[in-house]
Design a protein around this ligand. Structure first.
Ligand SMILES: C[S@@+](CC[C@H](N)C(=O)[O-])C[C@H]1O[C@@H](n2cnc3c(N)ncnc32)[C@H](O)[C@@H]1O
Length: 257
């Protein structure tokens, strides 16, 4: 999926919701960055976490955010302006310009599942990870998404279209083996569940519905009339007090072996 145009705008609104704010806090806590550590965030997007990692590692530490999108890195650099600790660079996670063991903690939030060769990227991340370093990967088993509305068949078609947006739409289920092959050992996987029992602009469900439909209509997987019908069904569920959405992103923590 290309993070440009409408899709980039929706992605930004999604990142501003309280649900994703809470998710970033969960990643921060799991990373537990310490003063003096070197942190790499891959696919850092607009860089919302970089200043927080910088505050944790302090002046003796270093934070690098990388992303393949120059637009995202421009936004991330705006956030890091004036920091001697955090920088953001356009780089491809498959081929990093850093020496072996350059980082103590590596973070990837909703990135690895979008790569065609996640094993290759994880091996590259293992190369730049310290021998007692750690990696924190947040990804969603997208098949766990649940929408309560009176259009179950259309919902199933929308869900099935969304499966095509990433080469690995259920990455947490595959991650243990992928990490092992790359030289990491999984320590734990914990859910960071999102539940929305109301449909409004601060709900993850509101923006993910739009992101899914932007993707599915652009690819001709869902017709525009069907997209409108689905949103109507969701709005009717909200009006009837029956709207419910849940999804389970999973935080995976692994250490170098
Ligand atoms: C779903 S977004 C997640 C952004 C951010 N981590 C967040 O949670 O808001 C995926 C990000 O991965 C980046 N990306 C995709 N392929 C990449 C690659 N090969 N190397 C580095 N970044 C990549 C995209 O540009 C995009 O910013």
């Amino acid at each position: 999926m290309e993070y440009q145009g409408d899709i980039a705008t929706i992605q930004r609104r999604l990142a501003e919701t309280s649900d994703l704010y809470r998710r970033r806090l969960a990643v921060l806590e799991a990373t537990s960055a310490q003063p003096g550590e070197r942190v790499l965030e891959v696919g850092c997007g607009g860089g919302a976490l970089l200043p927080l990692f910088a505050a944790a590692v302090g002046e003796t530490g270093r934070v690098v955010g990388i992303d393949i999108s120059s637009d995202q890195i421009a936004a991330a650099n705006d956030l890091c302006l004036g920091s001697d600790i955090a920088t953001a660079e356009v780089q491809d996670v498959n081929q990093l310009p850093y020496e072996e063991a350059s980082f103590d903690a590596i973070v990837a939030i909703q990135v690895i599942e979008y790569l065609n060769q996640p094993g290759k990227a994880l091996s590259e991340l293992r190369r730049v990870c310290n021998s007692d370093g750690r990696i924190i990967v947040l990804a969603t088993n997208w098949d766990t998404m649940f929408w309560n509305c009176e259009a179950p068949e259309l919902t199933a078609r929308v869900q099935s279209a969304w499966r095509k947006h990433a080469p690995f739409p259920n990455l947490p289920a595959e991650l243990r083996a992928l990490l092992r092959a790359a030289g990491f050992r999984m320590v734990r996987q914990t859910p960071v569940t999102i539940i929305n029992n109301a449909y409004h602009q601060d709900a993850f469900a509101y923006w993910i519905a739009r992101l899914i439909l932007a993707f599915a209509t652009t690819r001709d997987l869902i017709r525009h009339s069907e997209a409108e019908e689905w949103i109507r069904a969701i709005e009717e569920a909200q009006a009837a007090g029956r709207f419910f959405f849940s999804s389970t992103p999973v935080l995976s923590m692994a250490v170098a072996k």
